[in-house]
Design a protein around this ligand. Structure first.
Ligand code: AMP
Ligand code: MG
Length: 395
């Protein structure tokens, strides 16, 4: 059997970061920056007031209280400014440019708020409540480096330096295609021998949570030809494809039967539990990566976390490797098959303990839904006594 690490290494050696493209800012959330973004101007671009108040010369308010005539009113966005002469005050709003001559701003709270003249009760040192040009960023300074994931604040600074478009690696478009003659669309009645399709919902959601775009394709049955048609139709919009089901050792395994003969997708046994049967390779003219995951709900989700998620990160242009683990102390004894790495479902508590959930079968979706972590038991370990330190992957 192939090791989990070797399988991930093969996948990461095959998938490539998506080619960069220019996107409108509105579409750039969640993408990875593929250029350096610098400020063409200093930010703020000009000295401006940090508060609503009065711009004055500090020397005129050395002795307080003092009353000064108010010679002008400057709002944010004002461009006609009268200089502040000795003994004068200008009423100023937050964000408005500080007029020439003034070297300090007295907050309105320290005054009587007058409009013709103002009585100032407290003195202010030079520079008070003034935001200096370039205090945030100097002209030419780098504000974001390539490889940065663009979140709301990163979008903000790109807009804040005046950019409308940005060069990024886009979010991978991932088609999720579930197979199985027994599958019924949730919301429709079940016939004998049927179950509701859950994997395609889990996997599409997992794709989105990983920062990619997930598309849930219509489920297909167990006919390899129908599967291939659907795959063909979906490939036009896919940077990657995830299938579920149809990769085991039984009969009626449409994914394996359809893709095996192509020679570009390998079906292997990976030394793990759950999730032993795994398929991976490329399909179509564009060599689109395809992850053929097993059908059992827990197996497919665990496989996603171990193999697909890192691959999606690589496609985004981000550092990619095995899922991060943390150490926890297990409450209760664990068992694991010899020679396979187990990923048991558990609940990780804030005190650093982890307890296996009841129901460790790979079909036990409710148990998975009650868990928040996978407890990793190495290949050569078959019994883990209660209290042992284990590695866990947060879900
Ligand atoms: P397979 O890998 O196709 O042999 O399926 C293994 C098990 O997972 C079977 O019990 C299937 O009924 C179940 N299964 C397959 N696909 C799905 C799905 N999309 N949603 C829920 N269960 C599934
Ligand atoms: Mg099946």
């Amino acid at each position: 059997m192939k090791s989990v690490d070797a399988h991930l290494a093969d996948i990461l050696a095959t998938v490539r970061p998506l080619a960069p493209l220019e996107l409108e800012l509105e579409r750039a959330l969640g993408t990875t920056l593929a250029e350096e973004v610098s400020a063409p101007l200093p930010l703020p671009p000009f000295d401006n007031s940090a508060m609503d108040g009065y711009a004055v010369r500090a020397e005129d308010i050395a002795e307080v209280p003092v009353t000064l005539p108010v010679i002008d009113d400057v709002a944010a966005g004002s461009d006609e400014l009268r200089a502040v002469g000795p003994g004068h005050a200008v009423r100023i709003m937050t964000g408005a440019p500080v007029p020439a001559g003034a070297d300090t701003v007295v907050p309105v709270e320290w005054t009587d708020g007058g409009t013709a003249s103002v009585r100032i009760e407290r003195t202010a040192a030079p520079g008070n409540a003034i935001r200096r040009a370039g205090e945030d960023v100097q002209a030419g300074e780098l504000v974001l480096a390539p490889g940065t994931v663009i979140g709301p604040a990163q979008l903000g600074i790109i807009a804040g330096v005046g950019r409308r478009r940005v060069r990024v690696r886009p979010r991978p478009r991932v088609v999720v295609l579930a197979t199985g003659a027994e599958l019924v669309e949730p919301g429709l009645p079940l016939g004998p021998g049927q179950i509701w399709d859950s994997n395609s919902f889990t996997l599409t959601a997992a794709v989105r949570e990983a920062g990619a775009e997930g598309f849930r394709a219509d489920t297909v049955g167990d006919d390899p030809a129908v599967f291939l048609d659907q795959l063909d139709a979906q490939l036009v919009r896919a940077d990657a494809v995830i299938t579920s089901g149809g990769v085991s050792m039984g009969a009626y395994e449409p994914v394996k039967e359809a893709l095996g003969p192509l020679g570009t997708v390998r079906f292997e046994k990976v030394a793990m539990q759950p999730g032993m049967p795994q398929g991976f390779g490329v399909v179509g003219e564009d060599q689109v990566p395809i992850f053929a995951l097993p059908g059992n709900p827990v197996s497919s989700y665990v496989s996603f976390m171990l193999f697909v998620r890192p691959a999606l990160r690589k496609m985004c242009g981000l550092p990619a490797g095995p899922p991060e683990t943390q150490t926890a102390h297990v409450i209760g004894a664990l068992r694991s098959p010899q020679g396979r790495r187990s990923f048991l479902r558990g609940t990780l508590a804030s005190d650093g303990t982890v307890s296996p959930v009841r129901g460790q079968g790979s079909h036990q979706l409710a148990a998975l839904a009650s868990a928040n972590a996978l407890i990793v038991v190495p290949e050569d370990v078959t019994e883990v006594p209660s209290g042992t330190a284990v590695e866990v992957i947060r879900l």
